[in-house]
Ligand binder design. Sequence first.
Ligand SMILES: [Mn+2]
Length: 329
Amino acid sequence: MVTREALHQAAAMLRRSRRPLLISHPRPDGDTVGSTLALRLALIALGKEPIVACVHPIPESFRFLPGAESYRREVDESDGFDLVVAIDMSDLRRTGGLYRESWRGRYPLLVIDHHETNLNFGDLNLVAPHAAATALVMEPLITAMGVTVRDAIATCLLTATLTDTRGLRTHSTTLEVMEAVCRFVERGGDYHTAVWEALDAKPMRQMKAWGVALDRLRAEDGLVWTTYPVAEKERLGISDEEDLDLGGLISQVREARIAVSFNEMRDGTVKLSLRSRPPYNVATVAAALGGGGHRQAAGCSVEGPLEAAVARVLPLLRRLLDEGATEAV
Ligand SMILES: [Mn+2]
């Protein structure tokens, strides 16, 4: 839970800073980008000089967001920041190596997140495990900073909320989430652009990739999976950091109670994207495999090759289905 007191402490921390470094997680999604850019704009409104960073490039879907072009791929001490803010990530490894261990104790670390698996790794942690998006923690924080959420800031938070709820479809979508979306639109958030750019528009090569993934789709007793080999990526010119949203795609299979995509990376590891229908909790499986996430959507990386990863992970998911429990594995 994020208390009023924590919000005010975080707002004070940000107000004291002159040059905060805001970090979005690798393979950035709409929530990490939208929440980071909203905070950037709020800080600029207060006369600060924030730096925004992410190890991977910002996907085309979020490049319409104000400030998306200001992202940097690398940072070091010479950039003169005095505070580090980790946004939408459950542990420090999720900065993708941007955060250096030597920074610990030298710069205060503020964590703003909504993952149940969050390790509370900051000096101050604003973590709301039941919030549908980090954006919904960011909104009251920006308000506590004394900045009005409207226009460009509202568009950033709106996009973050719409993407993390897959267009208000997830089970985390409550009446409060819908009210927040209405509030963002009321205050000038650009709804139609957000829906088209961030949710609907897909590059041609992603559509082609979906064709491959759907062709390789397998199903067995409520468990649905697909594999995506590096050779297929090479053929379509797809990079490793590109998020093909295979998990989201195959979770739409009616028969799927649990869905998992196995995306082979060029370094030999396999990136898993796990999805489930309630009551199955895939966050526990992802966490057991060294990843994290939410009950209905989680992810992790395992050792390759592809076939070995499939052979290792499917039994865990079958067990979760058999037990039918929310806290299995
Ligand atoms: Mn998120």
